[in-house]
Design a protein around this ligand. Sequence first.
Ligand SMILES: Nc1ncnc2c1ncn2[C@@H]1O[C@H](COP(=O)(O)OP(=O)(O)OP(=O)(O)O)[C@@H](O)[C@H]1O
Length: 239
Amino acid sequence: MLDISGLSVRVGGQAVLDGVTTRVDDGELVYLLGRNGTGKTTLLRTICGVIPPASGRILIDGKRFTELDSPSTVIGMHLGTDDAHPGHSARRHLTWLARAGGIPTGRVAEVLDLVGLTDVAGRRVVDYSLGMRQRLGIAAALLGDARTLILDEPVNGLDIDGIRWLRGLLQDLAGDGRRLLIASHHLDEVARTADRVVVLDSGRIAADAPLTEFVGGHADLEEAYLAAVGGHTPAGVIA
Ligand SMILES: Nc1ncnc2c1ncn2[C@@H]1O[C@H](COP(=O)(O)OP(=O)(O)OP(=O)(O)O)[C@@H](O)[C@H]1O
């Protein structure tokens, strides 16, 4: 289980997350929604140990990130499409990540295959399209075969086939009992696959409910989302 409790985060002297409490259970596909600048990426980066929390607690299988012996085999992360050195090939990037994470390099070919990049694995990342870089980021997240997966807007840039492929992959991963927390603005995908949605608004949890319960009496997911964020102009960071 991924368990987040009373999490507050300050970035550049300003409060970005305030008292965030939620969890992702085994086999759950949870989408993190919210307006631009409301703290989704900050939450995902804090879960992945990139940003230290000001207060609160994040437990992954009962341990804090800093207590994990082999983080890449416990939590897989895709936090952006520009993580790879542009002059390196996908294969070289993943091999480096595998070595750094203590993962057998034989796994590289497996994840390249899983994301459909085998045929272009020798090409430099600078020549990759956004969709290909998304696939590479997803491959990196899958490298350690971790049971907790954190993905920041993985749908962006994927073509229609790619979106369909990713949908199936995410459902398979959740079906295997993995827990997934995914930030997204793509409500079509959320409506198709989410078990639960968590909505952030100005750094606080505005809603956290199973998809069917969240949509509830609203016409559709979009209406439910807009009701959850109050339909107001975003206030930016917390005062
Ligand atoms: N390195 C930083 N320095 C200063 N402020 C930052 C930094 N990173 C994020 N912030 C601020 O934190 C707030 C939350 O940003 P964050 O990227 O987490 O939002 P988000 O919900 O992921 O947005 P989006 O949907 O646009 O990706 C914003 O006000 C942003 O300006």
